[in-house]
Design a binder for this molecule. Structure first.
Ligand code: 5GP
Ligand code: MN
Length: 345
């Protein structure tokens, strides 16, 4: 049995919204990851069973290794089909905002969603949700939005309506947001839910392979290069840094997603509890910052204070507009400022 995480009042309101709605739009954050797509498609499959007109709209491209997900082909990219997407957003009865807590996280889509007359529902697990939805289902203690979607469907009394396709999507999101159940994954109810998803016929081992073992040769060679040449270790701060220029990325035929997970690698070293990855973005003129920590060290504080970002305690990100040298300088300032916390951790 699952404990009741989502407030009953919110379940009741969502039920009414869904009942009355005909056209439902699901939106998720920029550069959608496994949980963003898993939760969106999980909800999409469920609502499709209920014969709603459902559309999933994402701000921009998502990684190739998620393309196999059932329903992925029907996802509408806002950057490519802006006019069509604007029409769907403006005409929706309900807009579900999944896996993000602030309109700024959906980039160019923010205005359309803000101005849409639809009833809006946020379902998310990031801290500090902004008040732009009529219903805010925000649970930072839950490790993925996909898990929240599973919980929501069950609380609506509709477990039987979860199809194998829907279950695959939900499982993918739960798996990717916990690094294959290696962090944020001590809640025993996660494993109860996995059992329930397996009862729908999913092949969890195959999903793991499809998501984690489909990299290109370039990605693996880039990984080798990064570890051998680029990783800087600061043992006195129990920290590590990796920087990657555009030029270096093009030498390895970089495609979006190729550096996914690199930021986690330094944490495999004994004693390292904080890792930062700085990558010159290939689309925008900025440096994408990824931060990870283990234990109590709050990398989201560093993200917010130094890199215009935020996120979770152990996984956060930000954007830096400036040179790589300046970004490295900020990283070093952060180490000095947070030295005592880094050493205590
Ligand atoms: P990643 O390093 O995988 O890109 O992001 C890890 C987490 O950091 C995300 O799940 C998200 O919560 C947060 N995050 C990433 N980029 C940004 C950003 O630019 N701004 C904010 N506020 N959070 C971010
Ligand atoms: Mn998530």
């Amino acid at each position: 049995m699952l404990s009741k995480v989502i407030l009953q009042a919110n379940i009741d309101k969502v039920e009414t919204y869904f009942d009355r709605a005909d056209k439902i739009v699901i939106v998720t954050h920029v550069s959608p990851d496994g949980d963003a797509l898993g939760s969106s498609l999980g909800l999409y499959h469920f609502l499709s069973v209920h014969e709603k007109t459902v559309n999933v709209i994402v701000p921009n491209a998502f990684p190739d290794f998620l393309r196999w997900m059932p329903g992925a082909k029907d996802i509408i990219r806002y950057d490519k089909y802006t006019e069509f997407a604007n029409k769907l957003i403006a005409e929706a009865d309900v807009i579900c905002c999944l896996d993000f807590n602030a309109l700024s996280r959906i980039d160019q889509m923010a205005d359309a969603v803000r101005e849409a007359p639809a009833r809006k529902v946020m379902i998310d697990h990031h801290l500090n949700p902004e008040p732009f939805c009529r219903i805010t289902i925000s649970h930072p203690e839950i490790s993925s939005t996909s898990e929240l979607i599973f919980r929501l469907i069950c609380r609506l009394g509709c477990f039987d309506d979860i199809t194998m396709e829907g279950a695959e999507c939900i499982y993918t999101g739960m798996m990717t947001d916990t690094g294959g159940f290696t962090y944020n994954s001590n809640n025993r109810e996660i494993y109860f839910i996995i059992g329930e998803l397996l009862s729908k016929g999913i092949d969890k081992d195959e999903i793991y392979r499809k998501v984690f073992n489909t990299y290109s040769e370039g990605r693996l060679r880039l990984m080798g290069y990064v570890l051998y040449e680029k990783m800087q270790v600061y043992p006195q701060f129990r920290s590590a840094l990796i920087c990657l220029s555009k030029n270096e990325q093009s030498k390895f035929q970089y495609v979006k997603g190729d550096t996914e997970g690199f930021v986690n690698m330094p944490l495999q070293m004994k004693g390292i509890c904080f890792s930062v990855f700085l990558r010159e973005d290939t689309d925008k003129n900025m440096i994408k910052v990824s931060l990870r920590s283990v234990g109590a060290f709050p990398c989201n504080k560093v993200a917010a204070e130094f890199f215009n970002g935020g996120g979770h305690l152990n996984a956060s990100g930000g954007e830096f507009y400036g040179s790589m040298e300046d970004a490295i300088g900020l990283f070093k300032q952060a180490l000095v400022k947070y030295e005592s916390l880094l050493l205590k951790n």
